[in-house]
Design a protein around this ligand. Sequence first.
Ligand SMILES: C[C@@](CO)(OP(=O)(O)O)[C@H](O)COP(=O)(O)OP(=O)(O)OC[C@H]1O[C@@H](n2ccc(N)nc2=O)[C@H](O)[C@@H]1O
Ligand SMILES: Nc1ncnc2c1ncn2[C@@H]1O[C@H](COP(=O)(O)OP(=O)(O)O)[C@@H](O)[C@H]1O
Length: 297
Amino acid sequence: MSPPPLHLRARAKVNLYLHVVGRRADGYHLLDSLVVFADLGDELRIEPAAGISLAIDGPFGAGLSASDDNLVLRAARALAGALETKGLPAGGAALRLSKHLPVASGIGGGSADAAATLMGLARLWRVPEGAVDLARIGLALGADIPVCLAQRPCFMGGIGETLDPVPALPTASLLLVNPGVAVSTPAVFKARQGAFSKPARWQEALPDAQALARRLARCGNDLEAPAIALEPAIGEALAALRGLPGLRLARMSGSGATCFGLFDDLAAARGAAARLQAAHPAWWVAPAPMLNHDAAR
Ligand SMILES: C[C@@](CO)(OP(=O)(O)O)[C@H](O)COP(=O)(O)OP(=O)(O)OC[C@H]1O[C@@H](n2ccc(N)nc2=O)[C@H](O)[C@@H]1O
Ligand SMILES: Nc1ncnc2c1ncn2[C@@H]1O[C@H](COP(=O)(O)OP(=O)(O)O)[C@@H](O)[C@H]1O
């Protein structure tokens, strides 16, 4: 009898701050970022099958094709290839991605999908613990994939491969807002101007959302200004967030265009979401708890 399908959630990644601290010889940028996950995301269903296949549905599914460049298929094939070189068996899998996160939007939906694929297939194919390095396979596909494999708050360094623990974070909620525009990550990095920033990580535990917001106000997202210059709608989303009751902090995530508001709790984020959605019916507006712990557990 074949095993039951696996269901994995590929959660949205949020860069609470993002400093660009240098650039490597190959053009990739060195980052210092606090990454957390929102408790919402894409859904991935994996079933045993003879070959590897992908089907896509969900509210943002139409914006994505199930072709060879899809990160789900690239991750599946990269894992199969890594197993093959070690003489380990890789099976097939029928993958179904329900796309709930806007594509190319600074919340790492594609990276989270790839990470979920690697974790799910390692389980389905019974890959022995430690036989392959999933983070290394992931990093070759995208700088955000190692942190999406970790699924816990991390101070992220290097180009995304260095993950350090974060002192206790408070209970808080996020309101994610995308004004319906996509910006290209390489174009935003290219548009960044000026000196590199210093790392901004801290060592103290933060008791509540207000303390977190105060701490975050001392850093920023170095990609926000270049992204707004490329796509002014991001500035409109930030201005709209800043007018909402209960907001502690508003900022862009990653290379945009998704922005987030930080709130004390889910009720406050939901109340703000209702007002924002009424004022901007075409925007993607999604309230969710901020996971301040390891989501993989
Ligand atoms: C900016 C961040 C912050 O978390 O988030 P997103 O905006 O993608 O969500 C990530 O570093 C993005 O990670 P990811 O989207 O996986 O990037 P990749 O596919 O590896 O790289 C896309 C392109 O972005 C630029 N890039 C990416 C990462 C990095 N540290 N330096 C870079 O300069 C490079 O031009 C690269 O060719
Ligand atoms: N399964 C996938 N989901 C989202 N994007 C994908 C996927 N596969 C490939 N991509 C491509 O990867 C790029 C990055 O997408 P995504 O991770 O959603 O955004 P970001 O890196 O801005 O957070 C997009 O250009 C998109 O076309």
